[in-house]
Write a protein that binds this ligand. Sequence first.
Ligand code: ATP
Ligand code: MG
Length: 558
Amino acid sequence: MNTTLEPQKKSNFIREIIDEDLKIGKREGRVHTRFPPEPNGYLHIGHAKSICLNFGLAADYNGKFNLRFDDTNPEKEEQEYVDSIVEDVHWLGGNFEDRLFYASDYFEQMYDYAVDLIKKGKAYVCELNGDEIRATRGTLTQPGTNSPYRNRSIEENLDLFEKMRQGEFPNGAKTLRAKIDMAAPNINLRDPIMYRIVHAGHHRQGDTWCLYPTYDWAHGIEDSLEGITHSICTLEFENHRPLYDWFLDELGIYHPQQIEFARLNLSYTVMSKRKLLELVKNNYVDGWDDPRMPTISGMRRRGYTPQSVRNFADMIGVARRDALTDLALLEFAVREDLNKKAQRVMGVLKPLKVVLTNFPEDLTEELEGVNNPEDASMGTRMIPFTRELYIEQSDFMEVPVPKYHRLAPGTEVRLRYAYIIKCEEVVKNEAGEITKLRCTYDPETRSGTGTSQKKVKGTIHWVSAKHAVPVEIRLYDRLFTVEDPGSEKEKDYKEYINPNSLEILSSVVEPFVKNAKPGATFQFERNGYFCVDTKYTTADKLVFNRTVTLKDTWAKMK
Ligand code: ATP
Ligand code: MG
């Protein structure tokens, strides 16, 4: 089931650190990375970057890669998220083999380590509540003040900590804090919390625990127990690194190196899990896998390939400074990959009937179409051509604008793989709307074999009406109307939701697609890349998502 990610070839500052470590034989010359999601939502494109980076490094240095659930927060975590994350990491090609771990499996060991710190006089049970702890923490310019509970005896701390575990106290009544320095310039070192009391069922541990470790306390221990060499995380943890180091040094256990890189921010979307959850819960979108979502499951449903996401991750590289990456770059990567792989077909999004008045009523000609001009091995297919066809409404203009090379009254255009036709008459209904065109075709102009030397400037796609497969097509636009909706301070990001991000069409496609399976990808010539939707497609109805538009292929068509 697993494909493997291609090694990350481009050099970057993380690779330089690893190269240096290997040169001096640090950590036995091993490279072992991990991806540590909290199962409190679905993965998004930012996580994809992290997976590609971590797995790519492991693959490239002949090392190992772990998937580890950082499931230390029972109130927000669910099995549904665990399952989706495993599926997404596999899909992306992040091969963790048999190394799937859970932070919650280390709770007992973490507890024992906490007891060790208490015994060393380096941790204490504190009874200040959350507000009081915040109020005594000080500021960037002012030191904090010591907790009145800071100097309890070791015996008392051990006893209280044990009782905390036994469930003798309500939520928030007590915490375990590291005893470091309330005047430390780095606020994270001002006696940070290690444990909170949370009486809540855990998705794996049930009611075994009512004591839950904080990220800072748990993360380094998880990395250490798994023998991680390079613990790669995003920049907001830079100020936490001294604490990561302090815990591991005080415990005297194996010490991985934390390295920070800039998180991916993508234009016209949001990436905070809280916001994504809100979009789902309030039905702004159709679930976590809505094709407009920046989630991996949304991208998969929309027709993005794992390869295109990996190529995108490669293109953007890793940096130490935050920036906003253009969504167009991701779309470029998708287009480039699909261009090589996608079967071409003709599909008419907004159909307009054309009747070829000089074409025999019962005749069906079979015309040969190229399946992929980028890949001759994909061969050709036969496309039926008949008297009644559909063309795109936008390929006809009753009053053509200057330089319009498609169809207009009295003008000619080439039908792809077929003949040159001429528009003889425009038929309208009582409301004055165009209902069909009466045209003639020139039998001497058949593509490839015709004897006529006639040339026209425009070529358009079409579908035989008799053979047309009716399909539903879903066109997507950006989910937000501004570049960085999350950072627009004046307003709530939801005010920038694009009301026109989904358009649903009744369309027709050539018969080749009739038996297409959910997930299959096509290029509808001139209209973009499309995939068969996995959610709404039924035995009776094909639903297509537009994966991405094409760029400029119109100009290249002959
Ligand atoms: P939150 O902290 O709101 O739950 P998160 O996105 O940080 O959200 P995690 O599950 O902690 O969620 O993330 C798992 C890993 O993915 C972390 O190592 C984190 O650094 C990385 N990661 C998260 N968001 C991004 C991003 N936008 N770009 C790159 N890496 C990211
Ligand atoms: Mg996080």
